[in-house]
Design a protein around this ligand. Structure first.
Ligand SMILES: [Zn+2]
Length: 162
């Protein structure tokens, strides 16, 4: 694909500099589309551990995430995710990518669809529909249920007198 198509996918994914789609591999036979997301040269990041800004990339780790289906085609995002070695705290920490929460093999949009569908359908049916294992979906659901519970206001309310 050409640079115009790359920028269309970059915009479609809501990516901002330094992140951009650098290649798109469309395989109609395998019914999948693979998007490679790259970084602008010389990109610098805030340290994820302590927040000190403007840290250079130390090294990268290959990662992949399943994204929303593109019609009947499965879609995957791949990237070499940078780690920064912080000049402030000295830790080497992987940068958080803008499309997925740390540790998840799915993009946030994919997880949003999972949560929405699972509110309406049995998890097994959603897993079959999305072509993933139901154990992976349960991990997503447990994460968001725990996050929702942590955000709940469970403090006893003061009893108003008078
Ligand atoms: Zn730091």
């Amino acid at each position: 694909m050409n640079p115009t198509e790359h920028s269309l996918f970059t915009a479609g994914l809501g990516l901002r500099p330094p992140w951009e789609v650098v290649s798109v591999d469309f395989d109609p036979e395998a019914r999948r589309i693979d998007l490679e997301v790259g970084l602008a040269c010389g990109a610098r990041f805030a340290c994820p551990a302590c927040g000190v800004v403007d840290q250079p990339v130390h090294d990268t780790r290959r990662r992949s995430w399943q994204h929303l289906h593109f019609f009947e085609h499965r879609a995957y995002i791949h990237a070499s995710v940078p780690r920064v070695r912080c000049s402030g705290c000295g830790k080497t920490t992987q940068v958080t990518v803008p499309w997925a929460r740390p540790g998840s093999g799915f993009t946030e949009l994919f997880e949003a669809i999972v949560v929405t569908l699972c509110a309406q359908m049995p998890v097994q049916a959603v897993a079959r529909h999305l072509g993933v294992g139901d154990d992976a979906l349960w991990r997503v659901l447990h994460h968001y249920v725990a996050a929702a519970r942590a955000g709940e206001d469970c403090q006893p309310r003061p009893i108003l007198s008078g």
